[in-house]
Design a protein around this ligand. Structure first.
Ligand code: G
Ligand code: G
Ligand code: MN
Ligand code: NA
Length: 253
């Protein structure tokens, strides 16, 4: 298969790079972190995750790719140690294949031992659907991850089929509300009711909320009226290459 061979070569030749999408507070005053999003600098042009992540998952190539992503993120946190605040978090998307990999925890521990970072700066984004297998096992695994100083966020919250009863038992510090709940939040009462209910639940459980896909001032105003949360979306910024993200950090707000 052509694409698979190209993907293998890309790993070999380190053709990947991370772009950083800023997360800010609702008052648009502070950058609280960023999500690392993978890009493939293919000889024929930049490729986005939807063009290669599905194949990487099918072939297992997501394991070496995910390892590169994690190493690069930790290296970046070290390079930024002097410019980021104490509560700054850099989040990486972790595939369900990585979660199930036997040696993942051990390798992550070794990576952080060799490249120490302050607790809390690294965040793992896990989707609901990657966490549905066995509850007790998942909770133990998450606690082991936490014991390495890594924070855990649930990505694409609301789009999976997991029960709330299950999700609230997991040791997570944050849920990221999927952008499908936000696109009409400023003029769709039902959508607004759902988002408000999630805010209230999260507050009661002392879990933080990040809202993804915020594109307009009107959406932001609606969310701000509901409570405080992190904002990620094109209203603030798209994912930026490293130099432009550094510039963003300097210039914001
Ligand atoms: O920016 P965007 O098109 O960049 O990303 C689309 C999706 O691809 C994200 O929602 C995320 O789920 C996935 N993705 C992006 N980067 C990574 C990565 O490093 N690892 C994994 N497993 N998925 C990623
Ligand atoms: O991991 P996850 O699926 O949540 O990754 C975020 C995805 O959402 C990336 O593909 C990113 O490019 C995309 N994205 C980020 N902000 C916005 C936005 O404001 N609007 C839309 N439509 N997509 C966004
Ligand atoms: Mn994500
Ligand atoms: Na998401």
């Amino acid at each position: 298969m052509q694409l698979e061979a190209e993907l293998r070569a890309a790993i070999e030749n380190e053709e990947f790079e991370l772009h950083y999408q800023p997360l800010v507070d609702t008052a648009l005053q502070r950058v609280t972190g960023a999500e690392c999003l993978l890009r493939w600098r293919h000889p024929d042009g930049m490729r986005f995750p939807d063009q290669f992540i599905p194949l990487a998952e099918e072939t297992g190539l997501i394991l070496p790719i995910g390892e590169w992503v994690l190493r690069e993120t930790v290296a970046q946190l070290n390079r930024w140690a002097d410019v980021i605040g104490e509560d700054f978090g850099l989040s990486v998307n972790i595939s369900s294949l990585q979660i199930r990999e036997q040696r993942f925890l051990e390798r992550t521990r070794e990576l952080l031992k060799a490249n120490p970072i302050a607790d809390g700066h690294l965040i793992f984004e896990l989707t609901e659907s990657s966490l549905i297998e066995d509850v007790e096992g998942t909770i133990r695994w998450l606690r082991d991850i936490e014991s390495l100083g890594i924070r855990i966020a649930i990505d694409d919250f609301g789009t999976g089929y997991s029960s709330l009863n299950y999700l609230v038992r997991l040791p997570v510090y944050c849920i990221k509300i999927d952008r499908v709940f936000v696109n009409n939040v400023d003029h769709d009462r039902d959508q607004a009711a759902i988002v408000l209910a999630i805010f209230q639940m999260a507050r009661a459980l002392r879990i933080e909320v990040v809202v993804e896909g915020v594109e307009t001032r009107e959406q932001l105003a609606t969310l701000t009226a509901m409570g405080s949360c992190g904002i990620q979306g094109w209203l603030v910024s798209k994912a930026l290459p490293v130099d432009r993200f550094e510039q963003f950090l300097q210039e914001f707000p």
